[in-house]
Design a protein around this ligand. Structure first.
Ligand code: MG
Length: 382
């Protein structure tokens, strides 16, 4: 099957300059690995990823539930890695257009991506460029002549090409390893046009670049808050699960699952933050497979939906409403367990308890109620 437009992400580098043992393409920015952000930026466009030898487990872990069209092992230079990727695409039927991108530029704005694809309707190649803001000069020990910066641009990626044109360019190239693909396309006689690039596309090379990317990204997040409520009936002689912890009590909660009202209320609050319905939408009580299910499965599912949207769980505040048992002795254990399920620090979880002064069903000990408020940060355009 021939692809229409396909993306080729080169992530084969070892990334030592960014520091640490983990190659930079696998390091998270605001919770999402660099390479996963690069893949996400292409939306519905099929992506081939070129990785270094021995990085298959790393890339699978970083991509999580994302699917890519192909994972290709890179070569000894960037140029060889790109060529391996192009050959893999050709082996899968080829493509009309290809966007060749560096994983180290994970924050690709949609308008740059779309402008590149449009440019290929009339041209063989297109690259995003940004003006040079600083004064540029020659220097050898002492400062030399100033170079006219108005004639200069910084060239970013993705670099977009008609597939056949860039394949031919790679086959014809005989010089030293090229630093980018546009250089090879031009050498082969193809015209490469420019589209406006974006500062968000600047390469992540040094540790400070991660802080810059996180700061830029943080400004693009919006905060969402939503509530959840649940209650379940108390029955004698059943185990009591509350906040993911088994609590010693004469009565336990009855329901289709383990009836953990606290986890159910938190699950609904988190689902509410992403407008994803409620716990019953995802785990219908009519479905026998959830009979007696441990409720951490529900909460973990809500967490995974937030992660899939690139979100961050900021805070959860839970109030348990019951006459008995006493919550105090279990508060720390519940906090730790909920934090563990949500994969956040315990300082992001608050647990409170109240009685209803013996009034109503909770006051009479017929049941336990729980309400939760969750705050989640999400990328602006989600
Ligand atoms: Mg419930």
């Amino acid at each position: 099957m021939r692809f229409d437009t396909v993306a080729l992400i080169v992530a084969a580098g070892r990334g030592e300059r960014a520091g640490g043992d983990l190659p930079k393409q696998y390091v998270p920015i605001c919770g999402v690995p660099v390479i996963a952000r690069a893949v996400d930026a292409f939306g519905d466009i099929p992506v081939f990823v070129v990785i270094g030898e021995g990085q298959r487990d790393l890339v699978q872990a970083a991509l999580g539930t994302r699917t890519v069209a192909g994972i290709v092992i890179g070569g000894s230079s960037r140029q060889d890695s790109v060529l391996n990727g192009l050959k893999a695409i050709e082996g899968d039927g080829g493509a009309t257009k290809v966007l060749i991108h560096d994983a180290a530029r994970p924050l690709l704005p949609a308008q740059v991506r779309d402008a590149l694809i449009r440019a290929l309707d009339d041209h063989d190649g297109a690259v995003p460029v940004v003006p040079v803001a600083d004064t540029v000069a020659r220097a050898e020990g002492t400062l030399g002549d100033t170079v006219d910066r108005t004639a200069l641009v910084r060239v970013q990626t993705p670099q977009a090409f008609r597939f056949d044109a860039i394949m031919t360019s790679h086959e014809r190239w005989t010089g030293d390893p090229a630093t980018d693909d546009a250089q090879m396309a031009r050498a082969a006689g193809y015209e490469v046009v420019t589209v406006p690039g974006d500062a968000m596309l600047d390469k992540i090379t040094h540790p400070a670049d991660f802080a810059r990317a996180e700061a830029a990204l943080a400004m693009r997040y919006v905060s969402r808050t939503a509530s959840g409520f649940d209650d379940h009936r108390l029955e004698a002689g059943k185990p009591l699960w509350l906040g993911g912890v088994e609590v010693a009590h004469t009565h336990g909660l009855s329901g289709h699952s383990d009836a953990d009202v606290a986890l159910h209320a938190i699950t609904d609050a988190i689902l509410g933050c992403i407008g994803a319905g409620d716990i019953g939408t995802h785990f219908p009580p009519s479905d026998a497979q959830w009979r007696g299910a441990a409720s951490h499965l529900f909460l973990d599912h809500a967490r995974s939906l937030v992660m899939a949207r690139g979100g961050i769980i900021d805070f959860v505040d839970l109030t348990l409403i019951c006459e008995a048992p006493k919550v105090g002795p279990y508060r720390d254990a519940m906090r730790a367990r909920i934090a563990e399920i949500l994969n956040v620090g315990t300082t992001r979880i608050s647990i409170k308890a109240t009685t209803t002064e013996r009034l109503g069903f909770t006051g009479r000990g017929e049941g336990i109620a729980a309400q939760a408020i969750a705050t989640v940060r999400l990328p602006e355009d989600m």
